[in-house]
Design a protein around this ligand. Sequence first.
Ligand code: SF4
Length: 372
Amino acid sequence: MYIHIPFCKQACHYCDFHFSTSVKKKPEMVEAICKELLLRKDEIKDEVETIYFGGGTPSLLSAEELEQIFEVIFNNYKIAETPEITLEANPDDLTEEKIKMLATSPVNRLSIGVQSFFEQDLKLMNRAHNAEEALESIKLAKQQFNNISIDLIYGIPGMSNERWKENLKIALELGVPHISSYALTVEPKTALKSMIEKGKIAPVEEELAKEQYEIMIEELASAGFDNYEFSNFGKPGYFSRNNTAYWFGKPYLGIGPSAHSFDGFHRKWNVSNNTLYIKALQKGEIPAEVEKLSVSDRYNELVMTRLRTKWGIAVDEVERSFGIKYKDYLLREAAKLIQDGMLEWNDSRLQVSKKGKFLSDGIAAELFWVEE
Ligand code: SF4
């Protein structure tokens, strides 16, 4: 289960997620989220294994608001005995009091949006927290939680490889068991894009991002982290169960504005507008669009997501799920990439090689089924 909390204190320059910087409608939003949870309770037949509060900034929820949402979930859904319940939090929200409140709630995993431990990087990205808060929030969180993940961004204009190494060193010294790390990407209609276009910020260099990705792979591997998905690194026992389920194509229910849902055959996405979302739910309607995925859509998604994981693509699963036609197609297309050293076999699984790693999205595209 994914719950989108669409509010942020300020807009990070690179962000193209759905959020509003006005929290005026937070109480109505929480009401609407609870209503959606109620209306859609029959969509999940099985036990809920994981709950993920993402955003936006879920750490902006008060104790009462969080309780309100949990009450609806626990009273209306079958929850697994030991669910993973993650809440994304920004360092500036993680006061001692807030962390204690979260520790007494059902939340058992924190994902902290650190991004960098350096002031220059945080300023350039317009993050709401400073370097000291980044450090302090993790130290405080560790007193109450052991399942902690942090986000770090590489490829930031002006961030040298030395500073990137220092970021990784600090993260390792703090002893977090999970790190998610993404290259800074310049999305359309973001402040970052317009600042680069106006020459106020140096452009993002792909070559530098690649170097920093390689540094991270090496540093984190020698510290005992498993790079189980392209952007995710975990100590044994600390892989994100929520994200792993998503990469393995398990159904999920997405609640809140802009949230996506997947039932195995259809993709549904809620409207990305807080006012429209709240108004619809007040009338008992769910403002969503639905798309039925074709067999080739589902095959392409499997290729895309699995290739990014350390488990790769199980060829027998492709045959079981989509038929021999797709398996033969996959083997034919993969042959060229194996020859070029981009893909390799591990038992009956196709995985990206070390050489192909940074190019895994492009490699996946080569294996896609394109309808005539
Ligand atoms: S806090 Fe997260 S969701 Fe909000 S603007 Fe920044 S990156 Fe986007």
